[in-house]
Design a protein around this ligand. Structure first.
Ligand code: UD1
Ligand code: CA
Length: 466
């Protein structure tokens, strides 16, 4: 079946989040809800061009966030989930012969696997619509799946419209469905034209009424029961969002543990869903891994380390460190108390020690920058030794310039390298030097005042003694 597509409902305001941003931009494990949902659609083979997001509240912020290829339509008034889908009619017509996946933009745990299995079932059963349902401990607030005496699906009844008996039902509508696009288009017309569909308690166009319409036309409506209760979960306020974070946090930690990553204590460990970690790597307490971070095998990360969009290769250790957009090669040791800023690439077997900050720089293999230094906009060669307290002076107040340090160079303690400047291969700088001119290969550069010794100065001046 070609040309399947998805419509993601994301026009709601999420008033109780008390946020300036639309609800679907709220984050679970540092990833916006809408990104979780888009990834689920992609996981069942849909391309961005075949995904349409219904925007409304906070439309500009949401559109600015969405990937380029994703389509959008606007719902100017919030008249219900059925009305939201009506806004995507044009998009649906373009996919008239295919199936459409409807997803709530605020339900991050509706995963690609569930959605794919549901599609398989939908196609195999020849259904016009397939509702993804789940059995939950507390069904409050969800639409209930009502079945007839044979156990066959008969309708979805919203909480507000449910009888006391129906409220006891614990099988609920996840808000995710597969429809035949053609059948959906026909039901949307009926939903709009037939006034009886707006006599519900909310006076809204319920997408869930599409099921009744299809059945009255003699079409087949199925349910696909997800074994996981979490697929239905969403958040209305930040307290519920924190619960989603905790569920997701433990799920991700468990997944890594089962794949061979050692996480002996989970306290303070937060790993974003797209982070990859190799076998036998140890993740210690207080470690936060965000974005597209990739960690190799046999590495040690933490305790108390935050890495965002970083790569750490096999055997490296990163201790008590903050890193953003940085790359650390094999067997290198970083920290404790280091800061790696964007554009940094550190070679193999390097040591970056305490209170060292590195920004937009490359550092060659076997180099040591062990204590209290700032390296910015610099290319450091291999096997270099940078002494304690060195700084690259990369900023004039107006412009930034680069520094180059050749292989096997030795930068004496407390050297300032005023960029643009180049220290040659094997060259030395004397401790306390301010280097403003290039240093040739194999030279020693001294850029400091010669020491003056005034004999018996204290005896004569008696500066502070009685
Ligand atoms: C809906 C379902 C309910 C299901 C639940 C699962 C209906 C009538 N009910 O209820 O059976 O158990 O989801 O979470 O569909 N939205 C719009 N425009 C609107 C209204 C909603 O874009 O006019 C979006 C929201 O932003 C949200 C999604 O649709 O992302 C679901 O809307 P919501 O109001 O949360 O639906 P529920 O009442 O929870
Ligand atoms: Ca909801």
């Amino acid at each position: 079946m070609t040309g399947n597509c998805a419509v993601i409902l994301a026009a709601g305001e999420g008033t109780r989040m008390k946020s300036k941003r639309p609800k679907v931009l709220a984050q679970v494990l540092f990833k916006p809800l809408i990104d979780w949902v888009i990834d689920s659609a992609k996981a069942c083979g849909l391309e961005e061009e075949n995904i349409c997001v219904v925007t409304g509240h906070g439309k500009e912020q949401l559109c600015a966030h969405l990937p380029q290829g994703v389509q959008t339509v606007e719902q100017t008034e919030r008249l219900g989930t059925g009305h939201a889908v009506m806004q995507a009619r044009e998009f649906l017509r373009r996919h008239g012969n295919a199936n459409v996946l409807i997803l709530g933009g605020d339900a991050p745990f509706m995963d690609g696997e569930t959605v794919s299995y549901a599609l398989e079932y939908h196609t195999r059963s020849g259904s016009a619509a397939t509702v993804i349902s789940a059995d939950v401990a507390d069904p409050t607030g969800y639409g209930r799946i009502v079945r007839d005496e044979n156990g066959d699906f008969s309708a979805i009844v919203e909480e507000k419209d449910a009888t006391d008996a129906q409220k006891q039902i614990r099988e609920v509508n996840s808000g995710a469905y597969w429809f035949s696009a053609q059948a959906l288009l026909i039901t949307l017309d009926q939903l709009e034209q037939n006034a009886k569909y707006r006599l519900n308690a909310a006076k809204e166009y319920y997408l869930t009424d599409a099921m009744e319409i299809l059945r009255s036309m003699g079409q087949r409506v199925s349910t696909f029961n997800s074994k996981s209760e979490t697929v239905v979960l969403g958040a209305n306020d930040r307290d519920q969002l924190a619960s989603l974070n905790e569920i997701a946090r433990l799920q991700v930690i468990r997944r890594h543990r089962l794949a061979g990553v050692s996480i002996p204590f989970d306290s303070g460990v937060v790993i974003a869903p797209d982070v990859r970690i190799g076998r036998d790597t140890e993740i210690l307490q207080g470690t936060v891994l965000k974005g597209d971070t990739v960690i190799g095998e046999d590495a040690v990360i933490g305790p108390n380390t935050v890495l965002e969009n970083c790569v750490v290769e096999d055997g490296a250790s990163v201790v008590q460190t903050f890193g953003t957009d940085a790359h650390v090669c094999r067997n290198t040791q970083i920290g404790p108390f280091a800061r790696l800023r964007p554009g940094t690439r550190i070679g193999e077997n390097v040591r970056v020690g305490n209170f060292v900050e590195i920004k937009n720089s490359t550092v060659g293999n076997e180099t040591k920058i062990s204590h209290l230094s700032y390296i910015g906009d610099t290319d450091v060669g291999e096997n270099v030794n940078v002494g304690s307290g060195c700084a690259t002076v990369n900023f004039t107040g107006k412009e930034k310039f680069r520094t180059v340090i050749g292989d096997h160079a030795f930068i004496g303690c407390d050297t300032s390298l005023v960029a643009p400047v180049r220290v040659g291969a094997r060259a030395y700088t004397g401790a306390g030097s301010t280097i403003t001119e290039d240093v040739p290969d194999d030279a020693l550069a001294l850029g400091r005042a010669r020491q003056v010794v005034k004999k018996d100065w204290v005896k004569v001046k008696k500066p502070y003694r009685k």
